[in-house]
Design a protein around this ligand. Sequence first.
Ligand SMILES: Cc1cc2nc3c(=O)[nH]c(=O)nc-3n(C[C@H](O)[C@H](O)[C@H](O)COP(=O)(O)OP(=O)(O)OC[C@H]3O[C@@H](n4cnc5c(N)ncnc54)[C@H](O)[C@@H]3O)c2cc1C
Length: 394
Amino acid sequence: MTRIRTRVAIVGAGPAGLFLSHLLAGAGIESIVIDNRTREQIETTIRAGILEQGTVEVLDSIGEHSRARTVGHRHDGIELRFAGAGHRIDFQKHVGRSVWLYPQHEVLKDLLAARTAAGQDIRFGVTADHVEGADTATPVVFATDAEGQPLEIEADFVVGADGSRSVVRAAVTGSSTGGYFREYPFAWFGILCEAPPSADELIYSNSPDGFALISQRSDTVQRMYFQCDPEADPAALSEEQLWEELQKRVPGTTLKEGHIFQRDILRFRSFVAHELRHGRAALVGDAAHTVPPTGAKGMNLAIADVLVLNKALQALLLEGDERLLDEYAEVASQRIWKAQHFSWWMTSMLHVAPDASDFDRRRQLGELRTVVESEAGQTYLAEAYTGWPLAVGL
Ligand SMILES: Cc1cc2nc3c(=O)[nH]c(=O)nc-3n(C[C@H](O)[C@H](O)[C@H](O)COP(=O)(O)OP(=O)(O)OC[C@H]3O[C@@H](n4cnc5c(N)ncnc54)[C@H](O)[C@@H]3O)c2cc1C
């Protein structure tokens, strides 16, 4: 068994864990980041794709390694499509802000390049099992290293940035599942295809056959999703059937088709842990909460949590002041619940529930019209989608 010591033990090298290690290093605070996956797995897993303007601004702090502005694409609006017609929500016109289409795995490549160049201790293939001593001044992460040997990391503080199946959560909430929770009766069928873009901006489409999101990746590769049964088998449909499903969910427009080379099912859930901090342990990102992807909030919310926790850890570890840490859960929760509401609202407004009645369907179209025909409705959507101001600067 090996026991090592650091100031902050961070479990998870996702956007939350890596960005936190970057901010702490900037304040001279040493940390160790562990992740159970290999670097290659982390850099190639397809997940979120939309960065709020504030997220791009704070990622600028990693310097030359951040490629969001150079490789990513700025989007100044989205299209809401229903009843056979498209309606553009103009972000710049309504709130003077934008979002960037820049895939999560590219953000992770940038963060890993920056952290590696700075000599950050990142250990891949190391799996945390549990955390003990959150009530003491020296909590310990019990883990297994890449060779299968036991590893203990003793720290001044432990951060659970270990995603939706967090093992650190038990040390914070008292159970691995304890939280506010909502399930949805549908999931997303996601595809990657070799085709030119069908539109310049994202299309969020409501149709009698269900929801579709038409997104882009590059000039030659596109990402698209359509609403499906959570138990759907990704291999069950032929490419032709997949295109049929997608085309009928965007009535009034025609998608450019091409070879589908990846398919996956993305399940939906809304979750917020009952506690975000206990003693010398705290949760950030998906370990603390998950949102359905319709509002494009998951990765952005992870970065927002980290900004708040970073300030609290600096006060604790540099000045011995626990006050900001005591406020962490309350401050972070305000944005988390706004994002939960927005993600739920976009989901319920755009998807067709399996048991939807004629009344539900007509009411939903009324809701969509209320948004696109109202300056206030469009402004709310633009404000929430591009991201509320971040509570704490760098
Ligand atoms: C399949 C999938 C698709 C998604 N698609 C979208 C999307 O299209 N749009 C959107 O807005 N959001 C999407 N999300 C959500 C978004 O990707 C997350 O909100 C974001 O990744 C949160 O970042 P994080 O750093 O908190 O957690 P994660 O990115 O999940 O990182 C957690 C890290 O912890 C590691 N880890 C987990 N357990 C352990 C352990 N026991 N020991 C050591 N390491 C551990 C994991 O390997 C992982 O690298 C998706 C999420 C998933 C899972």
